[in-house]
Design a protein around this ligand. Sequence first.
Ligand SMILES: Nc1ncnc2c1ncn2[C@@H]1O[C@H](COP(=O)(O)OP(=O)(O)OP(=O)(O)O)[C@@H](O)[C@H]1O
Ligand SMILES: [Mg+2]
Length: 371
Amino acid sequence: MNPFRYGQVVKGKDFCRRPELVTGLSAQILRGQNVYIQGERRTGKTSLIFETVRNLPKFRMVWIDLLGSKTSDDVLKRILTAVMSIETGSGFLDTILRKLSHMKPVVGVDPITGLLTLSVDAAVELKPDSIAGILDLIASQHSKRKPLAVVFDEFQDIMSLKDAPETLAQLRSKIQFQSDISYVFAGSIRKKMDAIFNDPDSAFFKSAVPIHVGPLNRDIFETFIRDKFRIGKRTLTPETLGAVFDICFHIPGDIQQLCSALWETTDRDETIAASSIPAALDLIFTQELKGYETILTVVSSQQLKLLTALARLGGKAPMATAFLKNSGIPQASSVRRGLGRLMALRIIFHYEAEYRFVNPFFRAWLLHKKL
Ligand SMILES: Nc1ncnc2c1ncn2[C@@H]1O[C@H](COP(=O)(O)OP(=O)(O)OP(=O)(O)O)[C@@H](O)[C@H]1O
Ligand SMILES: [Mg+2]
């Protein structure tokens, strides 16, 4: 069986150890300290949080995923759903129904898991001022004997709400008094996370300790990958491994995806040389082609020119003369506009003074197609 996992939270034997981060995060959670975790996409933020809390004795996690949330009503309903995941005594349900009666909560049973679910009548629109009541309810389930860690994942999406400042203010005003509970806020869009935690005008200004999640330790991750290939009696040459890391810009999720494709396109007892990589990439291209084609329909021909130039020349100095000459886009101002649009579309992002592709396989595809 293919041992590589991607696009999902990894845990246990699928989690490549990152001891410093786990130790650091554990210490903060045990202290009841609030933390904000920032890192690029697919670097392992969610997995780090799950694995850390899983290994903290007695701890239970309330995981609230804010990905794509559009209204404060939606955010509140997601918090409520997460509340039900707290494993608690039978009295808790009564408490919820009583304390939140004004929201008209509806208890149901998930037909697949058999677990109780909590929802709110769709006709009831929840407002930010209901946050306090729900967070009080969560806090009532926290104790030394059965501590909680409350996680807001993809927290940056809260900035897309129309009433973002009010929602943030309500959250903050409650959380600051729950000093023994650790709240963990994770997000991947640095600009938005910075606006929440580092802007003096934000309700969350300096309210949490930052933890940065970058690539995994190279040696530890290489050993992890080689060991996985070894299970299937396959050997990876150092050149192949090096090329995999480079193509994927060291992003753990992308590395696992490419390794998974390499596994699919090679055989037992094979020594996998770098010449095996194109077939693995082809497999990924086939799987992702629809997405690439969608991108091509939303970018202009000028933006496509810019993308291919970024793929070929790299994104360190796209306004420099050499880039302009090579890209066939003579004006730096056109490049600047194009970069802005491509970032807004989340096709590229800015990382340490470099413009990079959000999906490194799309970059590889552009190069392969010679578009
Ligand atoms: N510690 C790890 N060991 C092995 N693989 C990892 C590890 N952390 C992350 N990965 C790889 O990255 C993928 C994404 O992990 P995860 O969802 O935790 O990242 P994330 O940073 O939360 O991503 P997103 O920004 O998309 O939410 C995993 O499916 C796995 O392939
Ligand atoms: Mg995540």
